[in-house]
Design a binder for this molecule. Structure first.
Ligand SMILES: [Zn+2]
Length: 415
């Protein structure tokens, strides 16, 4: 199974927007750009919503039938670990193997020494075709990378072989993710991590490093955009070199766990992709859920009432809802609108505060992040929430499709 050059990870918390999401890719294809949809959902999301991996497969299949989509599509077991991979084996054909938890532990000294020995030939100035200058590699650096990552890659290899046994190596895509570590990985680190991935026999088609800067959920990039651009371009070039040096799959590409809406860095990403004729997997967060809330608000009446109720309950449970996302959100509680204020809003005012339009004065980045993590509240509303989605399907679908197409697909894949 081969992942196409361009692909996008689309999360859909409540599993109702598959068709509206796919409509964005149908639109891109009509304009000559093929982007493969990958429906992703993590174990954490399933647990919070009360859904199962099989539900995502059913949603994807139904959307594909409804839109008469004949190109490849995938279902991603996102950030899967040995402890929960079996839940995903039957329904997923894309596995994001999360090794972040192990990067704090060191490999044995013998393994580290052997790795340094094997890759000593790269010590010095490493020329990477396509980028200016060289990357500096020292023996100590290779040793430090081995100490930090060898165990993590070995752990990923265990999960990989487990899935190979269950499904057959040709029947799924493998992504290695390290984006949930504390420290970003440099391009040199990624080069040697790819060496270790090859050594461990993992046929990875995408790799998701942690980049410098903050990738908060549903809001724009925070950090040095120039540094990110250099890092991204070096990563793209390093992957191309690693494919040759370490005999990795020729379509191996970067995966960016973007958390959605990184509008300020999409332009530089696009430039690097064009320069290197490289592919990309853009994983987005579950901001489709925010389009549902915005759509409900815009629909007015009962829809707006539900949107307001979700916010009111979320405020009451702020600590509980934000805790699991502490490292990927920055909410200034003093900047959150009061319940009284929100109560007086009409649908347009609610949607304007929520929708990510930096040029709109009413946009409130704290309000948006608060609602992003509040999907548990909607999940607890059960049928009441799902019923409202059905009743307001048309307005919600418009929001979902245009969010993916205009704000993500066009800037990154069409430019
Ligand atoms: Zn991730």
């Amino acid at each position: 199974m081969k992942l196409p050059k361009y692909s996008i990870g689309i999360g859909d918390r409540f599993g109702r927007q598959g068709k509206a999401q796919l409509a964005a890719l149908v639109e891109a294809k009509a304009r000559g750009v093929s982007v493969a949809p990958v429906w992703n959902k993590s174990h954490r999301e399933h647990t919070t919503i009360g859904s199962e991996p099989g539900d995502v497969r059913a949603e994807a299949d139904a959307a594909v039938r409804a839109c008469k989509w004949t190109d490849p599509y995938f279902v991603d077991a996102d950030h899967v670990a040995m402890g929960n991979v079996d839940l995903f084996v039957a329904s997923s054909d894309f596995f994001t193997l999360d090794v972040a938890d192990f990067t704090g532990e060191a490999a044995s000294q013998a393994e580290i020494t052997a790795f340094v020995e094997k890759y000593r030939r790269y010590v010095g100035a490493l020329a990477v075709p396509g980028i200016e200058g060289t990357l500096e590699v020292s023996e100590d650096q290779i040793g430090a990378i081995a100490a930090r990552f060898l165990l993590a890659v070995k752990e990923a290899a265990k999960i990989y072989r487990h899935v190979v046994t269950a499904k057959g190596a040709e029947n799924f895509i493998t992504e290695i993710s390290m984006d949930e570590t504390d420290q970003p990985q440099t391009p040199v680190e990624m080069f040697f991590i790819l060496a270790a991935i090859s050594d461990n026999g993992i046929s990875a088609q995408t790799i998701a490093p942690k980049f410098s800067g903050r990738f908060n959920k549903g809001v724009d990039y925070e950090g040095d955009a120039g540094q990110f651009a250099r890092e991204f371009e070096q990563d793209v070039a390093v992957i191309r070199l690693a494919i040759q040096e370490f005999h990795l799959p020729e379509n191996l590409k970067l995966s960016v766990h973007s958390g959605s809406d990184k509008f300020s860095i999409y332009g530089s990403m696009r430039e690097s992709l064009l320069k290197f004729d490289a592919g990309l997997h853009l994983k987005t967060a579950g901001t489709t859920w925010l389009e549902e809330v915005a759509g409900l608000a815009l629909a007015g009446g009962g829809g707006l009432a539900i949107a307001k109720e979700i916010y009111a309950k979320a405020l009451e449970r702020l600590d509980e809802l934000t805790a699991p996302y502490a490292t990927v959100i920055d909410i200034d509680t003093a900047a959150l609108p009061s319940l009284e204020l929100v109560d007086g809003w009409d649908g347009r005012a609610f949607a304007a505060a929520l929708k990510h339009d930096a040029s709109c004065e009413a946009y409130n980045v704290h309000f948006r992040q608060m609602l992003h993590v509040a999907y548990k509240v909607a999940a607890e509303m059960g049928d009441g929430y799902l019923q409202a989605l059905s009743e307001n399907e048309a307005v919600i679908a418009r929001n979902v499709t245009s969010n993916i197409y205009d704000r993500h697909i066009v800037p990154i894949f069409m430019g």
